[in-house]
Design a protein around this ligand. Structure first.
Ligand code: FMN
Length: 171
């Protein structure tokens, strides 16, 4: 049987929450949702496969609930876990800090021992700088979504991304 997936997210104005719901609705049998504003991050250790959703706020900063649980996240042992990330940002309004929080989250879970899977190409986005880029500079560390400026792309991006995530988790 396929292992279950924990999807942990936090959201200030509801965009990340809506995407989390959309992802979970695709696989209701497999994905369990956790709002870290309510539950924190400790249940991450119960899963081998994790999807984490984070928006960037305040010029390259963590969303407030992620920020509150940041040290608790660092203290977890995520060794042997596979993590797929999705980030919410606004490339037109905040193009110098686009998706920075997703980059910070990738670093944090790697430090806790996890493997980050499914880099996402930067084609189709326009921004000045991002801390969420991979070493080659041609990918984000996870799926970059922009509900402010590219809402119309979201469904297609999700449909392309989710099968890649499942393949990486099942590999
Ligand atoms: C005050 C403010 C600051 C923001 N700062 C950033 C930023 O630095 N980088 C970025 O990519 N997006 C930034 N955004 C865009 C949000 O990440 C985006 O609106 C996101 O969809 C919000 O997600 P949420 O509704 O789940 O909180 C900012 C938005 C606001 C209103």
């Amino acid at each position: 049987m396929a292992v279950s997936i924990g999807l942990f997210y936090a959201s200030t104005t509801g965009n990340t929450e809506q995407i989390a719901d959309q992802i979970a609705a695709q696989l209701p049998e497999r994905i369990r949702l956790h709002d870290i504003a309510v539950e924190g991050v400790s249940a991450m250790v119960e899963y081998t496969c994790l999807i984490l959703g984070i928006p960037t706020w305040d010029f390259g900063e963590l969303q407030e609930d992620w920020d509150e649980h940041w040290d608790a996240l660092a203290a977890l042992d995520l060794g042997g876990k596979r993590v797929a990330l999705f980030g919410l940002g606004d490339q037109l309004g905040y193009g110098e800090w686009f998706q920075d929080a997703m980059g910070l989250l990738a670093q944090q879970v790697r430090s806790a021992g996890a493997e980050v899977v499914v880099p996402w190409p930067i084609e189709g986005y326009s921004f000045e700088a991002s801390r969420a880029l991979t070493a080659d500079g041609r990918h984000f560390v996870g799926l970059a979504l922009d509900e402010d400026g590219q809402h119309g792309e979201t469904e297609e991006r999700l449909q392309a991304w989710l099968p890649q995530v499942l393949a990486a988790f099942d590999a």
